[in-house]
Design a binder for this molecule. Structure first.
Ligand code: NAD
Ligand code: UDP
Length: 311
């Protein structure tokens, strides 16, 4: 008999790719999403792949789902800084109450639960690269706290359900991931730069652009999550690409690959924008035999083609 996965946040960028992967792997998929930051286009084609059902639902409301469930993937949460700054309380609620509801569903069904945490739990890291053993450097009353602290709380809650209620749980800490289906205007750096380059607008580099990030292509990320889901590990496990690059270099590369004449302009840096980010992925290599395979240049080319076609 086919098994079923429930994916919260499945109409978002990563959630929709995860739903697609689960359908390809032979699962029935129930996607719960309230379109806070997701869009119908992301899930429109999914029922052509396999048994896919969408419910427009806010997962901070209690979940009542009949029938068996094998996996619960709790991916719902605004993830782009401009999104979560516009939805501060909603972000805290989906990371706390939403996680509680999703965990209760997993407990009721005896399902394996996977929580998509983030490199933001490391805050503006004082340790580099970031290992899972690092506790982070987060300001609980800073602007990014609505996201960072919600995810830290979500990790703590997930851990408590494992230890005190016997739920089979998994935590992955996702580092900056990009690819097709990101919203051009979601404010994150890759879609922002590509949209600007393709529209011949100025590329808005914040600060002097010397801050770094490490970007993972979406297919690699999905593969890492799938491996974690099918393992019995609790995590947390970092999933990301350790190839670190400055934001100024990202701007230059995007302009070059788009064949664009856009200029680079320097805009004010967001408050408490982390200085650097690079995952230590030794744990993912060892436990999941996982490592990214798509280079930044190849991933950017695929993403640029998708943006160019969908514009
Ligand atoms: P996204 O904004 O594209 O998707 C999030 C989805 O969650 C959206 O479809 C949104 O409508 C939905 N959602 C939000 N609140 C909800 C609620 N209360 N009820 C139901 N649905 C709700 O973001 P994404 O980049 O796809 O991120 C997906 C998950 O991965 C998030 O949990 C995010 O924190 C995590 N993550 C992403 C990245 C990344 O680089 N993309 C990095 C770290 C962690
Ligand atoms: N950034 C930028 N221009 C933009 C959007 C973002 O220079 O138009 C910078 C941002 O200040 C940060 C980096 O790019 O230093 C990554 O930002 P993003 O919001 O994509 O991810 P996060 O900060 O959450 O890692």
């Amino acid at each position: 008999m086919r098994k079923r996965a429930v994916v919260t946040g499945g109409a978002g960028f990563l959630g929709s790719h995860m739903c697609e992967r689960l359908l390809f792997d032979g699962y029935d998929v129930l996607c719960l999403d309230n379109y806070a930051t997701g869009i119908p286009e992301n899930v429109r084609q999914l029922s052509e792949i396999g048994p896919f059902r969408f419910e427009n639902f806010d997962v901070t409301e209690p979940l009542d789902i009949p029938g068996p469930v094998e996996f619960v993937l709790h991916m719902a949460s605004p993830a782009s800084p401009p999104d979560y700054l516009q939805l501060p309380v909603e972000t805290l609620k989906v990371g706390s109450v939403g996680t509680l509801n999703a965990l209760d569903l997993a407990k009721e069904k005896g399902a394996r639960f996977l929580f998509t945490s983030t490199s933001e739990v490391y805050g503006d890291p004082l340790e580099h690269p970031q290992k899972e053993s690092y506790w982070g450097n987060v300001n609980p009353v800073g602007p990014r706290a609505v996201y960072d602290e919600a995810k830290r709380f979500g990790e703590a809650l997930t851990t408590a359900y494992r230890s005190s209620k016997g739920v089979d749980t998994a935590i992955v800490r996702i580092f900056n991931t990009y690819g097709p289906r990101m919203r051009g205007n979601d404010g994150r750096v890759i879609p922002a730069f590509i949209s600007q380059a393709l529209n011949a607008e100025a590329i808005t580099v914040s600060g002097d652009g010397s801050q770094t990030r490490s970007f993972c292509y979406v297919s690699d990320l999905v593969d890492g999550i799938a491996r974690m889901l099918h393992s019995s590990h609790a995590g947390p496990v970092n999933i990301g690409n350790p190839d670190e690059i400055s934001i100024r270099e990202v701007a230059e590369l995007v302009v070059e690959l788009c064949g664009s004449g856009s200029d680079v302009v320097y805009v004010p840096r967001p408050v408490e924008d982390p200085e650097r980010r690079r995952p230590d992925i030794a744990r993912a290599r060892e436990l999941l035999d996982w490592a990214p395979t798509v280079s930044f240049e190849d991933g950017l080319k695929k993403t640029i083609s998708w943006f160019a076609e969908s514009m």
